[in-house]
Design a protein around this ligand. Structure first.
Ligand code: ATP
Length: 274
């Protein structure tokens, strides 16, 4: 149902994504891992058509996604809803209105200006919030909710579009472990119960292992791993992150960055001694 072939993005001389190719034949929950700058966000943005690809092809259910323009492109962006690390809600607006914003694409300018929502959309929004366990917060301002609750509002807003695919760009990177778990469980449930494909860029290896059916590893723009959580051995993870022999199973890209910073500081200190 999804075919990515030779997908490439260049920013000047920098190749952010380099000939990425893979196919997915049924709606899976896919995790993309890799250190900062590996090209994970750029891939999601190309898939959602927020960024134009430099080369390659991306077909979904036989549709040439990269060739879409105008209304067809906007329709695709609804079919393939995106959620972000920073939730991107309107903080001072109430939760249910934030969720109803997910229907903006199919409402008239006048209805949008006067915040006129069809009753069935309001019921649908409340039902989705209920499903995500946050219907009680519907009248509150979004900014009054915890990070995990705000991310669930963002998921609810995405679900208003009834998407076939949910693209999640580091959905739990700003959350504490408890909230992160609630959000990942919500994404997994949406996948399991609705059969929607979920592609999530993830910061931590153990999250990808726990929630995803398939994991794609990226390094310097290239896909260096594509397999199941069981195939993602410590050695493979070490290659993806370009880490040293002391790499541990539970390591995350943040830990690796910290580790590298520590190593560099130690090297600088050693040079001073010499
Ligand atoms: N708009 C842009 N202009 C120029 N270079 C960019 C742009 N967006 C991304 N890049 C570069 O493309 C490369 C891949 O970035 P990308 O954000 O896709 O990585 P990432 O794996 O998502 O990293 P992170 O986890 O830090 O978000 C990086 O070298 C980045 O600097």
């Amino acid at each position: 149902m999804l075919e990515v072939k030779g997908l490439t993005k260049r920013f000047g001389a920098n190749i952010a994504v380099d000939k990425m190719s893979f196919t997915v034949d049924r709606p899976l929950m896919i995790g993309i891992i890799g250190r900062s700058g590996a090209g994970k966000s750029t891939f999601l943005r190309m898939m959602n058509r927020l960024t134009d690809a430099s080369e390659g092809a991306l077909n979904f259910e036989g549709r040439n996604v990269l060739g879409l323009s105008g209304k067809e492109k906007r329709d695709w962006q609804s079919t393939c809803a995106m959620i972000f690390q920073q939730f991107n809600l309107v903080p001072r607006m109430d939760v249910v209105s934030n969720v109803l914003h997910g229907t903006l694409g199919r409402r008239s300018t006048l209805a949008t200006m006067f915040n006129l929502y069809p009753e069935e959309d309001i019921h649908k929004a409340i039902d989705i919030l209920d499903r995500l366990g946050i219907a009680d917060h519907a009248p509150k301002r979004a900014e009054a909710l915890s990070g995990g609750q705000q991310q669930r509002v963002a998921i609810a807003r995405a679900l208003m579009q009834d998407p076939k695919v949910i693209l999640a760009d580091e959905p739990i990177a700003s959350l504490d472990p408890m909230n992160a778990q609630t959000v990942m469980e919500a994404l997994r449930r949406i996948h399991d119960e609705d059969g929607r494909m979920v592609i999530a860029n993830l910061h931590t290896l153990d999250t990808a292992r726990r929630y995803c059916d398939r994991i794609i590893g990226m390094r310097d723009g290239r896909m260096v791993f594509d397999g199941t959580p069981a195939q993602l051995t410590t050695g493979v993870a070490r290659d993806i992150y370009g880490a040293g022999a002391d790499f541990s199973e539970a390591a995350t890209s943040t830990e690796i960055r910290d580790h590298e910073a520590l190593e560099q500081a130690e090297m600088r200190a050693a040079e001073v001694v010499i």
